[in-house]
Design a protein around this ligand. Structure first.
Ligand code: FPP
Length: 244
């Protein structure tokens, strides 16, 4: 940023008021590439590069869960070449970053119906999850073949087959059956590239989340943008529907 804004002293992040769970819609890779006359897939490659420092910084700050929307149930509608590149980038990301993420105390998990991903992606994910299963500093949740409506349907159907007859589905039970079962709901949702949509992401879990939207395209989203989102979150007064 140029001019007086950049010289303004920033409020420090309050370490006793951090969001426990941050969810991110990493949008704008395609536009980033188009602005440079590049192929969309190069935008995704830059998008993966942008993810690593954000994961490391979130872990350093003490965020407990970071959930990132990497591939939606709707993304299958993209040209098959773009889908193939996204899957290859996932495999590359896991192979190159898992050892360092493990050293940083990051546990890799997924949400979404990953049984439909290509075999190579499933194998890489199984390996990365197993490698990092004992890490406790931060959970990195990769949303892959994820759609919130699909997740809710899978949860309800599983509950239906497992619950004793004549029991009623409660909010608590449904929360447990979701792919995020056992995790706190996101306190903060960040969306890059200036779009005001939730895009079938964590519809149940975002009920009381604070939403932060930035114009930055995802490949340009850096640790300072993460700090800004957290600072903004810390100015909000969360009421959870009450008057408090
Ligand atoms: C949206 O940009 C982004 C995606 C569809 C994929 C997000 C994926 C990454 C950032 C990288 C993959 C992550 C891993 C872990 C491998 P868009 O293509 O919709 O951008 P546009 O709206 O500008 O066209």
């Amino acid at each position: 940023m140029q001019g007086p804004e950049s010289n303004r002293v920033k409020t420090p992040i309050q370490m006793n008021d951090l969001p426990k769970h941050i969810a991110i819609i990493m949008d704008g890779n395609g536009r980033w590439a188009r602005q440079r006359g590049l192929d969309r897939t190069l935008g995704h490659r830059e998008g993966v590069k942008a993810l690593k420092p954000i994961v490391k910084e979130a872990a350093r700050l003490g965020i407990e869960v970071l959930t990132v929307y990497a591939f939606s149930t709707e993304n299958w509608r993209r040209p098959s070449r773009e889908v193939d590149v996204l899957m290859s980038l996932l495999v590359e990301f896991l192979a190159s970053e898992t050892p360092e993420l493990k050293d940083e105390g990051v546990q890799i998990r997924t949400i979404g119906d990953i049984g439909r991903l290509p075999a190579a992606a499933q194998q890489s994910l199984a390996w990365a999850k197993d490698e990092t299963r004992d890490q406790t500093r931060m959970i990195l949740n990769l949303a892959l073949n994820y759609g919130s409506r699909n997740e809710i349907l899978r949860a309800v159907n599983r509950w239906h087959t497992e619950a004793p007859e004549d029991t009623e589905l409660t909010e608590e039970a449904l929360s447990c059956y979701l792919d995020t079962g056992g995790l706190p709901d996101p306190d903060l949702l960040i969306r890059s590239s200036g779009e005001f949509r939730v895009s079938n992401f964590l519809l149940w879990q975002l009920a009381y989340s604070e939403i932060y939207i930035t114009e930055a395209l995802w490949p340009d989203f850096g640790t300072e943008d993460l700090h800004e989102a957290i600072r903004d979150y810390q100015t909000r007064h969360r009421r959870f529907g009450g008057l408090g």
